[in-house]
Design a protein around this ligand. Structure first.
Ligand SMILES: [Zn+2]
Length: 199
Protein backbone atom coordinates (compact mmCIF):
# COMPACT_ATOMS: atom_id res chain seq x y z
CA UNK A 1 0.00 0.00 0.00
CA UNK A 2 1.37 3.39 -0.89
CA UNK A 3 0.89 6.14 1.65
CA UNK A 4 -0.01 9.68 0.74
CA UNK A 5 0.86 12.75 2.70
CA UNK A 6 -1.37 15.79 2.31
CA UNK A 7 0.24 18.94 3.59
CA UNK A 8 -0.59 22.64 3.66
CA UNK A 9 1.68 25.63 3.28
CA UNK A 10 0.22 28.57 5.16
CA UNK A 11 0.30 31.94 3.34
CA UNK A 12 3.81 33.35 2.80
CA UNK A 13 5.59 30.18 3.91
CA UNK A 14 7.75 27.49 2.30
CA UNK A 15 9.12 24.01 2.78
CA UNK A 16 11.62 21.52 1.38
CA UNK A 17 11.40 17.73 1.07
CA UNK A 18 12.77 14.74 -0.81
CA UNK A 19 11.16 13.04 -3.79
CA UNK A 20 12.39 9.65 -4.94
CA UNK A 21 12.42 8.71 -8.62
CA UNK A 22 8.90 7.56 -9.49
CA UNK A 23 7.15 9.65 -6.82
CA UNK A 24 4.42 12.07 -7.88
CA UNK A 25 3.99 15.53 -6.37
CA UNK A 26 0.60 17.23 -6.67
CA UNK A 27 0.43 20.96 -5.90
CA UNK A 28 -3.10 22.27 -5.38
CA UNK A 29 -4.38 25.83 -5.14
CA UNK A 30 -7.19 25.41 -2.57
CA UNK A 31 -8.65 28.92 -2.82
CA UNK A 32 -7.62 29.98 -6.33
CA UNK A 33 -5.32 32.72 -7.73
CA UNK A 34 -2.32 31.65 -5.63
CA UNK A 35 1.21 31.10 -6.93
CA UNK A 36 3.60 28.39 -5.62
CA UNK A 37 7.29 28.63 -6.48
CA UNK A 38 9.01 25.29 -7.03
CA UNK A 39 12.69 24.45 -7.35
CA UNK A 40 14.52 21.11 -7.46
CA UNK A 41 18.07 19.94 -6.87
CA UNK A 42 19.73 16.59 -7.37
CA UNK A 43 22.88 15.30 -5.75
CA UNK A 44 23.83 12.31 -7.89
CA UNK A 45 26.15 11.88 -9.59
CA UNK A 46 27.02 15.53 -8.94
CA UNK A 47 24.93 18.43 -7.62
CA UNK A 48 22.58 19.84 -10.27
CA UNK A 49 19.63 22.17 -10.30
CA UNK A 50 16.40 22.66 -12.22
CA UNK A 51 17.22 24.86 -15.21
CA UNK A 52 14.74 27.20 -16.87
CA UNK A 53 17.12 27.64 -19.82
CA UNK A 54 17.60 23.93 -20.50
CA UNK A 55 13.86 23.39 -20.12
CA UNK A 56 13.15 26.08 -22.73
CA UNK A 57 15.78 24.51 -25.02
CA UNK A 58 14.28 21.04 -25.09
CA UNK A 59 10.58 21.94 -25.06
CA UNK A 60 10.62 24.93 -27.43
CA UNK A 61 8.17 26.84 -25.26
CA UNK A 62 8.00 29.38 -22.48
CA UNK A 63 4.72 27.91 -21.22
CA UNK A 64 4.89 24.42 -19.72
CA UNK A 65 2.03 21.99 -19.15
CA UNK A 66 1.12 18.28 -19.23
CA UNK A 67 3.65 16.22 -21.19
CA UNK A 68 6.55 18.63 -20.80
CA UNK A 69 9.71 17.54 -19.02
CA UNK A 70 11.80 19.95 -16.95
CA UNK A 71 15.58 19.52 -17.19
CA UNK A 72 18.59 20.05 -14.99
CA UNK A 73 21.49 22.32 -15.88
CA UNK A 74 23.20 19.12 -17.11
CA UNK A 75 20.35 18.46 -19.56
CA UNK A 76 19.05 15.48 -17.61
CA UNK A 77 15.26 15.12 -17.09
CA UNK A 78 14.30 15.95 -13.49
CA UNK A 79 10.51 16.35 -13.44
CA UNK A 80 7.74 15.54 -15.93
CA UNK A 81 4.40 17.33 -15.73
CA UNK A 82 1.81 14.53 -15.73
CA UNK A 83 -1.35 16.54 -15.04
CA UNK A 84 -2.28 20.22 -15.11
CA UNK A 85 -5.77 21.71 -14.75
CA UNK A 86 -4.61 25.30 -15.32
CA UNK A 87 -2.10 25.35 -18.18
CA UNK A 88 -0.42 28.62 -17.31
CA UNK A 89 2.74 28.82 -15.23
CA UNK A 90 5.87 30.95 -15.33
CA UNK A 91 9.51 29.91 -15.67
CA UNK A 92 10.97 33.38 -16.31
CA UNK A 93 10.81 35.22 -13.00
CA UNK A 94 13.10 34.51 -10.06
CA UNK A 95 11.46 33.84 -6.70
CA UNK A 96 10.27 37.05 -5.03
CA UNK A 97 12.96 38.25 -2.62
CA UNK A 98 13.76 41.02 -0.16
CA UNK A 99 15.27 42.86 -3.14
CA UNK A 100 12.11 42.39 -5.23
CA UNK A 101 10.07 44.18 -2.60
CA UNK A 102 12.69 46.88 -2.07
CA UNK A 103 13.52 47.64 -5.72
CA UNK A 104 10.23 46.92 -7.45
CA UNK A 105 7.57 47.56 -4.86
CA UNK A 106 9.42 50.14 -2.70
CA UNK A 107 8.56 48.22 0.45
CA UNK A 108 10.37 49.36 3.56
CA UNK A 109 11.24 46.95 6.35
CA UNK A 110 11.05 43.16 6.25
CA UNK A 111 8.63 41.50 3.82
CA UNK A 112 8.27 37.70 3.63
CA UNK A 113 9.49 36.29 0.31
CA UNK A 114 9.74 33.04 -1.62
CA UNK A 115 13.52 33.40 -1.76
CA UNK A 116 13.84 33.71 2.00
CA UNK A 117 11.42 30.83 2.56
CA UNK A 118 13.26 28.61 0.05
CA UNK A 119 16.71 29.47 1.41
CA UNK A 120 15.59 28.79 4.99
CA UNK A 121 13.91 25.48 4.09
CA UNK A 122 16.63 24.23 1.75
CA UNK A 123 19.48 24.97 4.18
CA UNK A 124 18.71 21.65 5.89
CA UNK A 125 19.61 19.94 2.58
CA UNK A 126 22.88 21.81 2.12
CA UNK A 127 21.52 24.28 -0.45
CA UNK A 128 22.64 27.88 0.03
CA UNK A 129 20.68 30.94 -1.05
CA UNK A 130 23.15 31.70 -3.83
CA UNK A 131 22.46 28.21 -5.26
CA UNK A 132 18.78 28.99 -5.90
CA UNK A 133 18.18 29.67 -9.60
CA UNK A 134 15.02 30.73 -11.45
CA UNK A 135 12.07 28.89 -9.93
CA UNK A 136 9.21 27.16 -11.75
CA UNK A 137 6.41 29.45 -10.65
CA UNK A 138 3.31 27.28 -10.53
CA UNK A 139 0.09 29.13 -11.42
CA UNK A 140 1.97 32.42 -12.00
CA UNK A 141 0.35 34.12 -14.99
CA UNK A 142 2.75 36.18 -17.07
CA UNK A 143 1.76 37.57 -20.46
CA UNK A 144 4.58 37.90 -22.97
CA UNK A 145 3.94 40.75 -25.38
CA UNK A 146 4.95 40.70 -29.06
CA UNK A 147 7.69 43.17 -28.13
CA UNK A 148 8.84 40.93 -25.28
CA UNK A 149 7.21 42.99 -22.55
CA UNK A 150 6.23 40.92 -19.50
CA UNK A 151 3.00 41.61 -17.62
CA UNK A 152 2.06 39.85 -14.39
CA UNK A 153 -1.66 38.96 -14.36
CA UNK A 154 -3.80 37.29 -11.67
CA UNK A 155 -3.31 33.49 -11.72
CA UNK A 156 -5.85 31.56 -13.81
CA UNK A 157 -6.18 28.88 -11.11
CA UNK A 158 -9.60 28.37 -9.54
CA UNK A 159 -10.18 26.67 -6.16
CA UNK A 160 -9.02 23.04 -6.35
CA UNK A 161 -6.94 23.39 -9.50
CA UNK A 162 -3.69 21.41 -9.45
CA UNK A 163 -0.54 20.39 -11.28
CA UNK A 164 1.33 17.09 -10.91
CA UNK A 165 5.02 16.35 -11.36
CA UNK A 166 6.58 12.91 -11.73
CA UNK A 167 10.10 12.79 -10.29
CA UNK A 168 12.35 11.31 -12.98
CA UNK A 169 15.28 11.20 -10.54
CA UNK A 170 15.78 11.58 -6.80
CA UNK A 171 15.47 15.28 -5.99
CA UNK A 172 15.22 17.75 -3.16
CA UNK A 173 12.26 20.05 -3.78
CA UNK A 174 11.67 23.53 -2.42
CA UNK A 175 8.09 24.83 -2.54
CA UNK A 176 6.39 28.03 -1.37
CA UNK A 177 3.07 29.77 -1.07
CA UNK A 178 4.18 32.98 -2.81
CA UNK A 179 4.46 36.16 -0.77
CA UNK A 180 4.15 38.75 -3.55
CA UNK A 181 0.86 40.63 -3.42
CA UNK A 182 0.66 41.49 -7.13
CA UNK A 183 1.34 37.93 -8.37
CA UNK A 184 -1.55 36.63 -6.27
CA UNK A 185 -4.22 39.22 -7.12
CA UNK A 186 -3.51 41.01 -3.82
CA UNK A 187 -4.66 38.23 -1.51
CA UNK A 188 -2.09 35.85 -0.01
CA UNK A 189 -3.45 32.33 0.37
CA UNK A 190 -2.28 28.81 1.31
CA UNK A 191 -1.00 26.07 -1.02
CA UNK A 192 -1.64 22.34 -0.59
CA UNK A 193 0.71 19.59 -1.72
CA UNK A 194 0.69 15.84 -1.70
CA UNK A 195 3.41 13.29 -2.38
CA UNK A 196 2.31 9.98 -3.86
CA UNK A 197 5.13 7.45 -3.52
CA UNK A 198 5.70 5.03 -6.38
CA UNK A 199 5.88 2.16 -3.91
ZN1 LIG B 1 6.95 34.70 -4.37
Amino acid sequence: MSSRTLSRLEPQTGTAFLLSAGDTLRVTDPEGEQVADLIAFSREPRPAWLSSGRSFDYNDTLYFTTGHTLYSNRSVPMLTITADTVGRHDFLYTPCSAETFKLLYKTTGHHPSCFENLATSLAAYGVAGDDIPTTFNIFMNVDIGKDGALTIRPPRSRPGDYIEFLAVMDVVVGLTACSAEMSNNYRLKPIDYEVRPSK
